[in-house]
Design a protein around this ligand. Structure first.
Ligand code: UDX
Length: 456
């Protein structure tokens, strides 16, 4: 490490769905001989321990609690931009004085677009890591380039776009389906795509076999290369020795869930998790709980919100004499997905959760909430055919009957064998992408080679 010639600083946004892929990428670059420094806020830095990577804090203006202390997301992002640009620059200058490998590359999370200006000012390589699927990113990029008419005309859906499946309104990213409800998010996303060409590399956390139609159609047209899945090596037979955890969980996993899983029959448990941010209404929680009960399968459910947890605990007390369900506040999701007792994953289809299930060959019941998730659900059901999507009724609720139908379909229904076979195939493809000379491995090696040679 000390003799390595390239030094990369990897900058993350402080949310779990961003820390995981960025940290995994930093570990991967360190394992390939680069010096890797992970830059994050003081609040988040406390939670990071990653082998081979040094962790350095940069201020977002809220050093005690991070975005939890900010009045709202917009103010937080503005503060991170102003204070972060300065403190990131100072960090890189300091690293240049103290390290025997000067920093020659900044890899940043696509949410922190201001980092490209820091890289330019310091005359180092600039690399953006996109944390959505390449397909979702391609939609934003095509709108930016004027290839895709926008706003989407409601009578023109489903949209037929080369490289993508036909997309109905409820299969588009919510920011595109309902732009007026999400204008601030959409504007900031479009700014990322407007500046894509200013980077030396654009990477997406995906792999070619997963989005192969898109890869074929857009090769040579757009600058994105797929370098994922960013999942610890132990789960995908990747190249990093002893790498069994991302290394940056913001919450401590609850106790005893592995013991509970151990007691269950193989592939008998439904694992339910809606990521680190999804805010599911109590009415919907009740429908899911009743549907799971109706399906007669065991379930392990991650509930972060304490109101929802209280509601579900009471529900279980009065409805679960048989001990079918277990609630946890947080878990090691990869460990659960890899467990032999887990038969399916009921997910909000956040991109990391989707990639993790794909990489571990776990069939899914998709309950997308917003953002990129509806499009990920479309791929799960119709392109990769590794799960089913639960449909909402006219009140926008997924009913208990629909939950029961989907769980049965994936666990024991007519399609379940086909779904399992497809999931196993995807798992093998994920492993192939990250193994020596796999598509993602080659893309990363080419990048590392240039960094080791240096700029200019
Ligand atoms: C969000 C978006 O949903 C996602 O699509 C975007 O691209 C990144 O930010 P989030 O909603 O939190 O993230 O979902 P997801 O992308 O699935 O990330 C959640 C991460 O938390 C996963 O890596 C998962 O392994 C982890 N997790 C979740 C745990 O470790 N334990 C848990 O109990 C639940």
């Amino acid at each position: 490490m000390e003799n390595s010639r390239g030094h990369v600083v990897v900058l993350t946004y402080s949310a779990q769905g961003h820390i995981n892929p960025l940290l995994q990428f930093a570990k991967c670059l360190a394992s390939k001989g680069l010096k890797a420094t992970f830059a994050t806020t003081p609040y988040t830095a406390k939670f990071i321990t990653a082998k081979g990577v040094q962790v350095m804090p940069i201020s977002d203006g809220f050093d005690d609690g991070g975005f939890r202390d900010a009045p709202n997301v917009a103010d937080y992002l503005e503060s991170f931009k102003t204070v972060g640009s300065r403190t990131l620059t100072e960090l890189i200058l300091k690293l240049n004085q103290t390290s025997d490998s000067p920093v020659n590359c900044l890899v940043y999370d696509s949410l922190l677009l201001w980092a490209v200006d820091v890289a330019k000012k310091l005359d180092i390589f600039s690399v953006v890591l996109l944390t959505n699927s390449a397909s979702v990113c391609s939609l934003y990029w095509q709108i930016h380039r004027g290839f895709l008419p926008f706003p989407v005309e409601k009578d023109k859906v489903p949209l037929t776009i080369p490289g993508l499946p036909p997309l109905g309104l409820d299969e588009l990213p919510s920011f595109l389906a309902f732009p007026s409800h999400n204008s601030a998010y959409l504007e900031s996303i479009m700014r990322i795509f407007a500046r894509l060409d200013e980077n030396d590399w654009v990477f997406a956390n995906s792999f070619e076999d997963l989005e192969n139609e898109l890869a074929k159609v857009l090769t040579g047209l757009w600058p994105v290369q797929m370098v994922g899945p960013m999942v610890p090596s132990a789960y995908v037979e990747g190249p990093i020795a002893g790498d069994s955890d991302y290394g940056g969980s913001l919450w401590k996993p609850s106790d005893h869930y592995l013991k509970w899983l151990e007691e269950k029959a193989p592939k008998s448990v439904v694992f339910v998790s809606f990521g680190s941010m999804a805010d599911v209404e109590i009415k919907q929680i009740e429908e899911i709980a009743c549907g799971l009960k109706g399906s007669s399968h065991h379930f392990l459910w991650v509930i972060k919100d304490s109101e929802q947890e209280k509601f579900l605990a009471e529900f279980l007390q009065s409805n679960d004499e048989m001990g079918f369900g277990k609630i946890v506040k947080w878990c090691n999701q990869l460990e659960v997905l890899a467990h032999k007792s887990v038969g399916c994953f009921m997910t909000h289809c956040g991109w990391n959760s989707t990639l993790e299930a794909v990489s571990l060959g776990v069939p899914m019941v998709a309950l997308p909430q917003w953002s990129d998730q509806p499009t990920n659900a479309k791929f799960i059901e119709s392109v990769w055919r590794v799960g089913v999507r639960a449909k909402r009724d006219d009140k926008m609720i997924v009913t208990r009957e629909e939950i029961e139908r989907c769980v049965r379909e994936v666990m024991v229904g007519e399609k379940s064998d086909e779904i399992r076979i497809n999931a196993s195939k995807m798992r093998e493809q994920a492993k192939r992408a990250v193994c020596n000379d796999g598509s993602s491995d080659i893309a990363i090696n080419n990048f590392v080679e240039v960094l080791i040679k240096g700029k200019g």
